[in-house]
Design a protein around this ligand. Structure first.
Ligand code: GAL
Length: 644
């Protein structure tokens, strides 16, 4: 498959007479794709019902004539000001009950049906006009669902929608909304929280103390379904008029809607990768690590999302926005170390990306993102990333195919589990994403390549090791599939710890077929009170007490089981530190017959079908048994045989 480059462009920000020259320079730089349009609603429809297509026709014409392929974004993340006059109640409401205002972007509530109709209208107009245009190579729906904390809204529209959604959930044959069933499922007898009618149910904010976790989880599921419906509305309209593939640009560490379900309606998953912004803003690294990797980004955070979104895209995925220089939004915004833009780009290709697009073409001298670098400076002189993009262009021209292969290791990733953990973390700083990311890092430190799978997976053929950490809801079907796969399976902590309505199931968790392990008691730990292990490392933050006849494979220094194994299945009861997880992964990988590599810090490896890519995230060269890799350097090796 051909690997391509691209950029994000805003023709409406620049005089029309520079468009052709911009397009020429994009092509010269080796770019194939140009994404436009995703924030341009006020220029496409300056007044309700009055469209100005001339400029967009011209922009698409100029870009297409230069040989570029256009990704056309639907502009629904930025409704124009007049929209609020038409729908004053379409704004989202935060958890404190405050209405969010106009003056930036993403100022809408997913539940607002009037706004959805407006979205259907503008997307229909765009799709009718450009659906068959030869320059349109792909569509993007909206922009970054969830960005700026916009998935969850406590508006009246959300409350009304939630009530109807709940009624539907508790409707079965001949029974139109069984409120008694809801009361029983949620345990509303507790604190006299029983409802007499679905219309009595409010949203789970502004309660005196915490709301019922079952109530909160139901609301999170409802909210996620609204994102799915909002997206589906657009894909259905586009598909009626165009055969071009449809994608959405997801984000890093945004987990508050089910990306697997949104992905079901798309052809390609893409995500927006800002390695330096993320390191400062959301990786959660300690200050020393932030300093060590300030100009490079976390060595695993991008790869994690590449692998996750390759899964969400069922194999097809892009980087829709790649950081090209300092950004504007993190607490600190350093410049990338020379070579990192090239490294980030190649790392994406090694993980199977079809395209990497740089955000943005030219730095804007005005408005919110004036401190955000582009490939060009505001005066149109090239910024440093332009040369690195060119270098990738030349390397792509020479490079043999980057072929794909199923990884030997899979992690099951469940957005619903993330919601449940965030509602009931049981200890400060505990999160599902954080747990899965720790396992992912340990696998990467061992030199393993990883796939992500949805919790609906039933066939694990080809995998030697399957991990399902923190999967708080596990259907019986999933348990059975894992129990009968030939892969080694690593569960826990909190696997199967709640039923679908957030109640503790009996028999007690994990209730995994063929594994005699029971979680008897659960404690969370102060961060300064780790529990030492007799094996290696410590358990931190969270520890369950286990009983059962399975064999203890990790134990505390006082002899209590921390991980227990029977046959191919291991249950891990605690949150291991790096040393503990390295030990656990090493043992489990050995059981799976997988070869591990002890990688020097900051060096990472990714296997494709025929090659092994080495990436040096360090700011210094690394010498190791395969040779030397420069700071921000890449090494490619042909594999002797196809990887499994
Ligand atoms: C992304 C967003 C872009 C731009 C960029 C800045 O989150 O999709 O529109 O704001 O961040 O880094």
């Amino acid at each position: 498959m051909q690997r391509t480059l691209g950029t994000c462009y805003y023709p409406e920000h620049w005089p029309q007479d520079v468009w052709a020259e911009d397009a020429r320079r994009m092509v010269e730089m080796g770019l194939t794709w140009v994404r436009i349009g995703e924030f341009a609603w006020s220029r496409i429809e300056p007044e309700p019902g009055h469209f100005d297509w001339a400029w967009l026709d011209h922009a698409i014409g100029v870009l297409g004539a230069a040989g570029l392929k256009v990704v056309l974004g639907t502009p629904t993340a930025t409704p124009p000001r007049w929209m609020l006059t038409r729908h004053p109640d379409m704004l989202a409401v935060d958890i404190e009950g405050r209405t969010r205002k106009f003056g930036s972007r993403r100022h809408y509530c997913f539940s607002h049906l009037g706004y959805r109709d407006e979205c259907a209208r503008i997307v229909t107009a765009l799709a009718e006009r450009y659906g068959k245009h030869p320059a349109i190579g792909a569509w993007q729906t909206d922009n970054e669902y969830g960005c700026h904390d916009t998935t969850i809204s406590y508006s009246d529209a959300a409350r009304n929608g939630f009530r109807a959604w709940l009624r539907q959930c508790f409707t079965d044959d001949g029974n139109d909304g069984d409120i008694g069933a809801l009361n029983r499922a949620w345990g509303n007898v507790f604190w006299s929280m029983e409802y007499g009618d679905f219309d009595d149910i409010d949203l789970p904010n502004l309660t005196v103390t915490e709301p019922n976790p079952a109530h909160s989880l139901a609301f999170r599921r409802y909210t996620s379904d609204q994102v799915v419906a909002f997206n589906r509305l657009q894909t259905e309209v586009i598909r009626a008029h165009s055969n071009a593939p449809i994608l959405h640009n997801y984000m890093g560490r945004i987990t508050d809607f089910d990306h697997w379900k949104v992905g079901d309606d798309l052809d390609i998953a893409s995500w927006d990768s800002y390695p330096l912004g993320f390191l400062e803003d959301r990786v959660g690294a300690d200050p020393q690590r932030q300093r060590d990797f300030a100009g490079q980004g976390d060595p695993d955070f991008q790869a994690f999302h590449h692998d996750l979104y390759r899964g969400v895209g069922r194999g097809r995925w892009w980087i829709m926005e790649q950081q090209p220089g300092p950004v504007n939004w993190a607490p600190y915004n350093p410049s990338p170390l020379p070579g990192m833009v090239r490294l980030w780009t190649w790392e994406a290709f090694a993980h199977g990306a079809e395209a990497v697009c740089y955000f943005r073409w030219r730095q804007a001298p005005f408005a919110q993102e004036q401190m955000h670098a582009g490939l060009l400076r505001p005066d149109s002189i090239e910024a440093p990333a332009a040369d690195e993009a060119r270098q990738v262009r030349d390397e792509l021209a020479e490079a043999p195919e980057v072929t794909r292969a199923q990884a030997p290791v899979a992690i099951i990733f469940d957005y619903d589990a993330d919601a449940a953990w965030s509602i009931q973390p049981h200890g400060a700083g505990l999160s599902y994403f954080g747990l899965v990311f720790e396992y992912y890092r340990a696998l990467r430190r061992a030199g393993l390549s990883i796939d992500f799978l949805p919790p609906t997976t039933r066939d694990f053929a080809g995998y030697k090791l399957v991990l399902a950490p923190g999967l708080i809801h596990m259907s019986e079907e999933l348990k059975q599939s894992l129990a009968t796969t030939s892969a080694q399976v690593l569960l826990g902590p909190r696997s199967g710890a709640r039923d679908p309505h957030m109640a503790i199931p009996v028999p007690l968790p994990p209730a995994f077929p063929g594994l005699d392990v029971t979680v008897q008691r659960v404690q969370s730990l102060r961060p300064d009170m780790p529990v030492g292990l007799s094996t290696a490392g410590h358990v931190v933050r969270y520890l369950e007490e286990l009983s059962g006849s399975a064999e203890p494979v990790l134990t505390t220094s006082t002899g209590d089981p921390v991980a227990m194994q029977h046959g191919r299945v291991t249950y891990m009861a605690g949150w291991g530190d790096d040393i503990c997880l390295d030990d656990l992964i090493d043992r489990t990988a050995k059981n799976a017959g997988l070869e591990t590599i002890a990688l020097p810090d900051g060096l990472r490896v990714r296997d494709t079908g025929q090659e092994r890519f080495w990436f040096n995230y360090n700011s210094y060269p690394v010498d190791f048994d395969q040779g030397r890799i420069d700071a921000a350097g890449i090494m490619r090796q042909t594999l002797a045989q196809e990887m499994p």
